[in-house]
Design a protein around this ligand. Structure first.
Ligand SMILES: [Zn+2]
Length: 53
């Protein structure tokens, strides 16, 4: 079961665009640790983590 992040939360959004930590494309989104990450990339990474756990 994938833990659902609430990407609508303001803390997942920054006015500054930064390269996604997974794919390097610019994004305004941040993950739970405040690192630049696109929603789809973070969800994919989380799905991978679940699978290898
Ligand atoms: Zn990405």
């Amino acid at each position: 079961m994938t833990r659902a992040l609430d990407w609508r939360d303001r803390r997942h959004w920054s006015a500054k665009r930064r390269p996604c930590r997974y794919c390097g494309r610019l994004t305004n989104l941040r993950d739970e640790q405040g690192r630049p990450a696109m929603k789809v990339c973070a969800e994919q990474a989380e799905a991978d983590a679940e699978r290898t756990r």
